[in-house]
Design a protein around this ligand. Structure first.
Ligand SMILES: [Zn+2]
Ligand SMILES: [Zn+2]
Ligand SMILES: [Zn+2]
Length: 237
């Protein structure tokens, strides 16, 4: 468990703000990696403190530069960097720890930062608020063009969620949804095929060939449907 740098009290789970003295603690990069300060200083500014961000090198597979605010400990990642960091830092997760995921969600404090839209450190446009990994419950700020802003403590929350198998869970749910979607689609196609098949289907296609030009022209589209319907029901049955 982490302790407050100011008063040494244990920090509450799911938050980086000390309950006793109110100090905001820098908890994110400690658990991840050694890092060094990279010069020159970034030209980007913190969307919360409006001060210059510091460029730091996480030294993962050579150079891995991200930006950090020394006031609020927020982090800025260029597009794809956070995902790369998560992939490199959290490996060997094969199971979903449902209890852990539930308790992480319950511990998480949502009032550490005011809920409002903040500006992208690069272009200054308001960023979107997105749920990282679709269902982590960690809401981060995203500029489509320039990257992701994580408030202090959010990187730790994301890492804990991923370690508990959160991404696997998300993947499983997605597969399940896709499976249900495919089933629904198949059922629809089968129903349509039966409808069209009942109205003539391949039989009509046959008679159109015998019936000559007028009949063929009149029922051209129905014939095509019948053909497709017959074809589809053959695949499905
Ligand atoms: Zn404290
Ligand atoms: Zn800041
Ligand atoms: Zn931007």
């Amino acid at each position: 468990m982490a302790n407050c740098v100011n008063c040494a009290a244990p920090l509450p789970k799911g938050s980086n703000i000390c309950k006793y003295c109110g100090t905001r603690n820098d908890v994110d990069l400690k658990m991840i990696h050694e890092h060094t300060i990279h010069e020159p200083e970034s030209e980007r500014t913190c969307p919360r403190c409006k001060t210059a961000l510091q460029t730091i090198n996480l030294k993962i597979e050579g150079k891995f530069l991200i930006e950090k605010c020394n006031g609020c400990f927020g982090l800025f990642f260029d597009p794809g960097e956070l995902e790369a960091l998560v992939d490199k830092s959290v490996t060997n997760v094969f199971d979903v720890n449902y209890n852990r995921i539930r308790s992480l969600g319950e511990q998480r404090r949502h009032d550490d930062y005011p809920v409002r839209y903040i500006k992208c450190p690069v272009c200054g446009k308001l960023m979107n608020r997105i749920n990282f990994g679709s269902r982590s419950g960690v809401v981060v700020d995203k500029c489509k063009q320039h990257g992701l802003w994580l408030d202090g403590g959010e990187l730790r929350q994301i890492m804990e969620w991923v370690k508990a198998g959160g991404q696997l869970l998300h993947h499983q749910k997605r597969m399940e949804m896709e499976r249900l979607d495919i089933q629904r689609e198949k059922r629809k196609i089968r129903q349509n095929a039966m409808k069209v098949g009942g109205a003539g289907g391949l039989g009509r296609f046959g008679s159109a060939r015998e019936g000559g030009r007028t009949f063929g022209a009149m029922t051209g589209s129905a014939d095509l449907l019948g053909l497709v319907g017959g074809f589809v029901s053959k695949i499905l049955l």
